[in-house]
Design a protein around this ligand. Structure first.
Ligand code: HBI
Ligand code: FE
Length: 290
């Protein structure tokens, strides 16, 4: 099965259940690990007013995430389930795609039970509790986004039968991980990969380098992305309702087939039909490639 992750195993590690869940083992977090959460939380929450989407900021509030220390999933789930019926389940790291989709389709968000070390402050390969809980879980307290994630999980399970995982993974990438939303005050971040990253939270909104393009489902599902650095494109939705409605009202089977007959769209290309919000200079990416 094609995946951006090459190091995912096929069977759960010893001690994990058949669905790959494990205990969060919250009592085992050390004082240093709780302090790491607090440090990351303070750094991100300082810059989020005026940058993060309304729904994200509401989620932080509803879930009482400002409480110090690594969140205890038992406590977090009491609030999250009351809000949208979702719960967080602990997993040891990346899980296989079918397992991941099955959790989402059943309103369970798989989240790491470990936290990065000081050496991994700004970059780590597998999603830890800070990325997963700070980045993803606030949006899951929003009823519309919560339904989008269920639809995504159900679509993901179906995509495996169409051999269309790559197209659906691009949708996840450009919405759930790196999505921007247009609000009354301007563009805001709702993607977990941005909102949990200090540097990309600034880059995604302030840099002249990346393209910012109005969200188009078929287009996004053909667009290549990078996993090693800041994105060269961000796709902008007008509302969470737009995202949910487009996803549930689209028949994906013909779309997969039509897209499969077309080449992927190179990472920073702008097409004639694009609703361009910002045409990027790509200076950042060009400087990096030498
Ligand atoms: N596993 N823990 C975890 N977290 C993810 O975000 C994740 C995963 N396994 C597969 C996967 N994502 C991909 O299938 C999606 O990005 C499409
Ligand atoms: Fe993520």
């Amino acid at each position: 099965m094609e995946s951006q992750f090459t190091h995912v195993h096929d069977t759960p590690p010893p001690g994990a259940a058949a669905d790959w869940t494990i205990s969060q083992n919250w009592d085992a977090f050390t004082a240093d690990e709780h302090a790491m959460w607090d440090r990351l939380f303070a750094r991100q929450s300082d810059m989020l007013p005026g940058r993060a989407a309304d729904a994200f900021l509401r989620g932080i509030d509803v879930l009482r995430l400002e409480k110090p220390g690594v969140p205890d999933y038992r406590e977090l789930n009491a609030r999250l389930t009351a809000a949208t019926g979702w719960q967080v389940v602990a997993v040891p790291g990346l899980v296989p795609d079918d397992v991941f989709f099955d959790h989402l389709a059943n309103r369970r968000f798989p989240a790491g039970n470990f936290i990065r070390t000081p050496e991994q402050l700004d970059y780590l390969e597998e999603p830890d509790v800070f990325h997963d809980v700070f980045g993803h879980v606030p949006m899951l307290a929003d009823p519309v986004f919560a339904d989008y994630m269920v639809a995504y999980g159900e679509g993901g399970l179906r995509s495996l039968k169409f051999d269309a995982l790559k197209q659906l993974a691009r949708l996840y990438w450009y919405t759930v991980e790196f999505g921007l939303i247009r609000e009354a005050g301007g563009l805001r971040i709702y993607g977990a990969g941005i909102v949990s990253s200090f540097a990309e939270s600034v880059f995604a909104l302030d840099s002249d380098s990346p393209n910012r393009i109005g969200f188009d489902l078929a287009r996004v599902m053909r667009t290549d992305y990078r996993i090693d650095d800041f994105q060269q494109n961000y796709f902008v939705i007008d509302s969470l309702e737009q995202l949910l409605d487009t996803t549930v009202n689209t028949d994906f089977a013909p779309l997969y087939a039509a897209n499969a007959a077309l080449p992927p769209i190179p990472i920073a290309d702008i097409l004639p039909g694009d609703a361009v919000i910002t045409r990027g200079t790509q200076d950042y990416a060009l400087a990096k490639s030498g």
